[in-house]
Design a protein. Structure first.
Length: 79
């Protein structure tokens, strides 16, 4: 897991409106460090509704997103 805490939404569970979760949601203490689940390049964050958001491109079509962050300590990879 990228952060310690309580798992409050699981991959594939139904959200409001019948849409399925495409990831997990973890409730944790404010300021808890979040780490990527696997190495990769930080790419430009975009997208509404998830607060400060970090995308990590792991290569070969794999990507992970980390939202609802209080601060970001990594910048998008250049080049």
């Amino acid at each position: 897991m990228p952060v310690g805490g309580k798992l409050v939404a699981r991959f594939g569970e139904r959200r409001a409106g019948g849409v399925k979760w495409d990831g997990v949601l973890v409730a944790t203490e404010r300021g808890a460090p979040v780490r990527a689940v696997y190495g990769g390049r930080v790419s430009m964050p975009t997208g509404p509704g998830l607060g400060l958001l970090t995308y990590v491109d792991h290569g070969e079509g794999y990507m992970s997103l980390y939202g609802h962050n209080e601060r970001l300590y990594k910048a998008a990879a250049s080049g």
